[in-house]
Design a binder for this molecule. Structure first.
Ligand SMILES: [Zn+2]
Length: 389
């Protein structure tokens, strides 16, 4: 069994943080952005197609660059070349991943109506710059931006991702690099400050101390409203004016819910990273988990994945530990009291009962197991984190 222990902050010199702001492009700027989204999609699909062909014919990895396509499609030169270069990098990474782990499948084509409109550009020679209420981006005049939160002065701008949400709103996500100057020394971990966390399907997370974190009521309320608007949409005639209007409305609700979820995740992860020295979680295989479960669960899994990432970032930055436990560790099947493994545990068994007399909530049992395993790993992970009882 291979365990990975993250939180090796001692050697970490830099960290990254993204700030997302609403932007208000003018019609001209919107047009240029739309062009860039389109070109990125175009180049992604063309490169992928050529890669697939090469793979089918020769079983080899084909290297493609945007420059290879600019001769045949000269209009690609009209958009930010760094945005296209980033498409190449992302595709290359996804493609390499496919060669390493074929089970993840081939990278996908980007369909016009089912993929998010976005592109990423990097800072090169001052081509992007935040100037008060304006954001300078390549190939267009400065775009109006609302910087609603302060960016620490020591941050170095690295890249900007421009997104158009289906609701029609535009955002810019600014990625900053920081030298990790906070007390980098690894925190001495106290065992009573180690938390096990398991993702339950119904709520967001279940903890080893028996508590749960669930989305607040207002989130459920918005979800209900979204369902209602979605039903209305299904009754509209496709392509009609009402349909288009209703679709926008649904998209706005989706966005609202996502923002509420993000807000909740940010607050919860902040709280946990303040409260605990180490958090132990199962390294989820998101894909395997969403299979066979009903509606919308893949969205849930993505949300959990995002939550894990931000929590890990916060823990690591505070010199604390974030322990990912191999997903083959039998966290659900094991009895947290005596260690017996229950081979025939079914997904429908919500209560874990053991011959030793232990009886408890299935998810809490799993969270306790993750905590115990995490403590074991921390004890043998070397001298970086000292663990004391
Ligand atoms: Zn037992």
């Amino acid at each position: 069994m291979v365990y990975r222990v993250r939180g090796e902050i001692v050697n970490m010199v830099k960290y990254y943080k993204a700030y997302r702001f609403r932007i208000y492009p003018s019609p001209d700027q919107e047009q240029q952005m739309a062009k860039t989204f389109g070109c990125c999609r175009f180049i992604h699909n063309h490169m992928l197609e050529d890669k697939i062909r090469e793979y089918k014919e020769n079983g080899k990895m084909l290297r493609t660059t945007p420059a290879m396509y600019k001769g045949e499609f000269p209009w690609l030169k009209e958009v930010d070349s760094l945005a296209l270069a980033n498409v190449q990098l992302q595709l290359e990474a996804a493609y390499k991943k496919f060669f390493r782990e074929p089970s993840v499948g081939f990278p996908r084509f980007r369909a016009k109506h089912h993929s998010r409109d976005s592109y990423t550009t990097n800072l090169v020679n001052g081509n992007i710059r935040l100037m008060g209420r304006r954001l300078k981006l390549p190939k267009m005049s400065p775009v109006r931006i609302i910087v609603h939160r302060e960016i620490p002065e020591d941050g170095k701008l690295k890249s900007v991702t421009v997104v158009r949400e289906p609701s029609g709103k535009y955002y810019a996500s600014l990625l900053y690099e920081f030298d990790s100057c906070e007390n980098q020394a690894a925190v001495k971990i106290r065992e009573d400050k180690v938390l096990g966390m398991d993702f339950a399907m119904a709520g967001l997370a279940v903890f080893s101390d028996g508590s749960r974190a669930d989305y607040p009521m207002y989130y459920r309320k918005s979800e209900g409203k979204l369902a209602r608007e979605q039903r209305k949409l299904s009754r509209c005639k496709k392509g009609s004016r009402n349909y288009v209007k209703q679709k926008r409305k649904v998209a706005r609700y989706h966005e609202k819910i996502r923002n509420q979820r993000r807000d909740f995740q940010n607050k919860l992860s902040f709280y946990l990273s303040e409260q605990y020295d180490a958090v132990c979680v199962e390294d989820l295989n998101m894909k395997g988990m969403s299979r066979g479960l009903h509606f919308g669960k893949s969205v849930m899994d993505n949300a959990n994945g995002r939550f894990q990432r931000i929590l890990e970032g916060k823990m690591v930055r505070k010199g604390k530990a974030y322990v990912r436990i191999d997903r083959y560790f039998p966290s659900s099947k094991r009895c947290s009291c005596c260690g017996r493994i229950k081979g025939d545990l079914k997904l429908s068994d919500r209560i874990y009962e053991c011959e030793c007399g232990y009886r408890g909530d299935r998810d809490i049992n799993a969270a306790i197991n993750l905590r115990q395993e995490g403590i074991r790993i921390l004890h043998c992970s070397g001298d970086e984190h000292q663990v004391t009882a």
